[in-house]
Design a binder for this molecule. Structure first.
Ligand code: ADP
Ligand code: MG
Length: 216
């Protein structure tokens, strides 16, 4: 995209000085290929479907996008990240907290199956800006009325291939139905399939597609 000249440096992107300083302190010296290809689109507000292998920095790609949109003074759930497993949700929440550590008071909450409901209900009552969770448990909170997604700005479907493989399609669709239609939707996956493209077509608005293929 021409709006943001891209030379591989995070500083070429319209990120706040706080985020840039934090990336430096985290030792993130340059964008990974999937970050360089997807971040300009994400920061421009596009829906993006991105494929890159495991370990290529997909979390920071969507994490920097959602943190750039976040209004901390608006204490409502503005971002939901759906992950296939509790372990992956914990990793994503940890990476978002690291990326956000120089921003004041960003509240990240995980809502995963296999964890007791009581503490989740207490945390939800206190409020959060960003929820990271597994589809089954997030859908359960929506059914109970304990999670409100009416102020959602960004929906991230992380490891979408695995979520579909685990039978989460119905839960994902039920969750999407509870979010505003004008949200930004980002889909990340290690693999693309026709099924993912079909589902993305139903959930996303004119998504830009980014695929980072390894040269061997
Ligand atoms: P993926 O989701 O693609 O499997 P992750 O988001 O988990 O990959 O990132 C893999 C590792 O790379 C993490 O430890 C993360 O902190 C690190 N990382 C991400 N982006 C950068 C970067 N630009 N520079 C250095 N390390 C990075
Ligand atoms: Mg990942």
């Amino acid at each position: 995209m021409s709006e943001f000249p891209n030379d591989g440096a995070f500083a070429s992107l319209p990120l706040t000085p706080e985020l840039l300083a934090n990336l430096d302190s985290l030792g993130y010296r340059a964008m990974t290929p999937v970050q360089a290809r997807s971040l300009p689109l994400i920061l421009a507000g596009r829906d993006v479907i991105a494929q890159a292998k495991t370990g290529s920095g997909k979390t920071a790609a969507f994490g920097l996008g959602l943190l750039s949109r976040l209004v901390v003074t608006h204490f409502r759930v503005q971002t939901l990240v759906l992950c296939p497993t509790r372990e992956l949700a914990d990793q994503v929440a940890g990476e978002i907290r690291r990326l956000a550590r120089t921003l004041a008071n960003v509240k990240v909450l995980t809502l995963c199956g296999g964890a007791p409901l009581g503490p989740q209900l207490a945390s939800l009552a206190h409020g959060a800006h960003i929820v990271v969770g597994t589809p089954g448990r997030v859908e359960e909170h929506l059914r109970k009325g304990t999670l409100d997604l009416s102020s959602l700005e960004t929906l991230v479907l992380d490891e979408a291939d695995r979520m579909l493989g685990m039978g989460f399609q119905a839960a994902m669709e039920a969750i999407v139905a509870e979010t505003p239609v004008d949200r930004q939707t980002l889909l990340f996956s290690a693999t693309f399939s026709d099924e993912i493209r079909r589902i993305a077509g139903g959930l996303m608005r004119d998504p830009a597609e980014v695929a980072v293929v390894e040269a061997h």
